[in-house]
Design a protein around this ligand. Structure first.
Ligand code: NAD
Length: 370
């Protein structure tokens, strides 16, 4: 079986509880609960596999509504118009998408195109005066990310990254416990995320469209997870790459181990791969306790336990909570749970350093001043 599909099969569509720690009360509300009066009107740009997953998940949203679509393939737009009740006037292609600025019925565009197109597409959407939600990895590097943040600031629009784990109940609970000091002083983090990549012709293996390999695609979860497991920002990075299939992974990284040093002295030991399965875990251990999530970053069901026993958080559709969460942040001026463009930049600075360390044979890259 295609291994990406294998990875994706871990999803769950259940929506359960009504109150999730750290999230607004609507989050996880039952499918029967009504739509809120105010709606964030969303267009999806890039109608591929993940864009479709988001569209399906949005059927259960209470505060966000799918109203538009951007695609280079007319037949996909036709299908989406039928399937998601999208009016013709809210459909665009990549050539005329800038005209979205004249459309008062769209508030936000969710950029779900291949990684290396995010920079261009976010700049286009910001220039059109619409809020932007952009998929991870935010861009190819920190330089592009800074340009995207600056463009959104200049246009006066909000810029968020699709870091869905920040809306996920087990992850929220882990962050709550860490912030409440329930683990005591954090001593170590061990995170990894990877899967065996399938189709050798996919864009994910082409540097020009993917920007990089496993590190960019799923290593970012281990990295972002190290930041929310510690509540600190790394000050140095070391990294090593192994490439067992130099033909398939000619253009992008296959397997990377990386270590992040934090100001407290904690070292997060992290890994990512495109060449084997069963590699997904977040583990944080402190002087008084620990938490382990596995699966920790895929669609779930996320499972976890701590020093207190099994975690019993509800199983949710991540994308439904994320889209309702983004709507609540924008419509009701709520603080965001570390999913801003600035958070994407913090990750990209580390990703740049991971690749720099590899180029320099594992040298320690200091992050201060980067
Ligand atoms: P995909 O290949 O299924 O879809 C990509 C879409 O972009 C396609 O509809 C394709 O037609 C379109 N596209 C536009 N210009 C293109 C070009 N020049 N070349 C190729 N395709 C082009 O990919 P996907 O899995 O949907 O991934 C899209 C983005 O979503 C990526 O940035 C990926 O990292 C992200 N993603 C995030 C998650 C998550 O859990 N947050 C999961 C999967 C993918």
């Amino acid at each position: 079986m295609d291994s990406r599909r294998d990875f994706l099969q871990k999803l769950s569509f259940g929506i359960g509880a009504t109150a999730i720690s750290g999230l607004p009360a609507y989050a996880g509300a039952s499918c029967a609960s009504p739509k809120a009066d105010k709606q964030l009107r969303v267009a999806i740009m890039g109608l591929g596999s993940y864009g479709t997953r988001v569209a399906e998940a949005m059927k259960d949203c209470k505060m966000a509504t799918l109203v538009g679509a951007v695609s280079g393939t007319p037949s996909k737009l036709e299908t989406w118009k039928q399937k998601y009740n999208i009016p013709e006037k809210n459909t665009y292609n990549y050539e005329n998408v800038s005209k979205i600025k004249d459309n008062p019925d769209i508030d936000l565009v969710y950029v779900v195109t291949p990684n290396s197109l995010h920079h261009k597409h976010v700049l286009q959407i910001a220039a059109a005066g619409k809020h932007v939600l952009c998929e991870k990895p935010v861009a190819d590097n920190a330089k592009q990310t800074r340009e995207m943040i600056a463009a959104c600031e200049k246009a006066g629009v909000k810029f968020y990254i699709g870091y869905r784990m920040h809306f996920e109940p087990h992850t929220r609970e882990l962050i709550r416990m860490r912030e409440a000091g329930e683990f005591g002083k954090i001593m170590h983090v061990n995170n990894y995320m990877g899967f065996k990549s399938g189709d050798p012709n996919q864009w994910r293996l082409k540097k020009a469209l993917a920007g990089g390999g496993a590190m960019m695609d799923v290593g970012i979860y281990a990295l972002n997870g190290a930041r929310y497991a510690t509540g600190e920002e790394p000050i140095w990075v070391t990294a090593q790459e192994s490439k067992t299939d130099p033909v398939k992974f000619k253009e992008v990284d296959e397997t990377i181990m990386f270590q992040l040093g934090f100001p407290s002295g904690v070292i997060a030991s992290c890994g990512t791969t495109y060449n084997f399965n069963n590699y997904e875990r977040l583990y944080v251990v402190g002087e008084k306790g620990f938490a382990e999530l596995s699966p920790a970053f895929s669609y779930g069901p996320i499972k976890g336990h701590t020093h207190l026993g099994p975690m019993n958080q509800p199983v949710v559709t991540h994308q439904t909570l994320q889209m309702d969460g983004i709507a609540d942040i924008i419509l009701n001026n709520k603080p965001d749970p570390n999913v801003s463009g600035a958070e994407g930049l913090k990750d990209m600075i580390v990703v740049d350093a991971v690749y720099e360390s590899i180029r320099k044979n594992g040298a320690k890259i200091m992050l201060t001043g980067k």
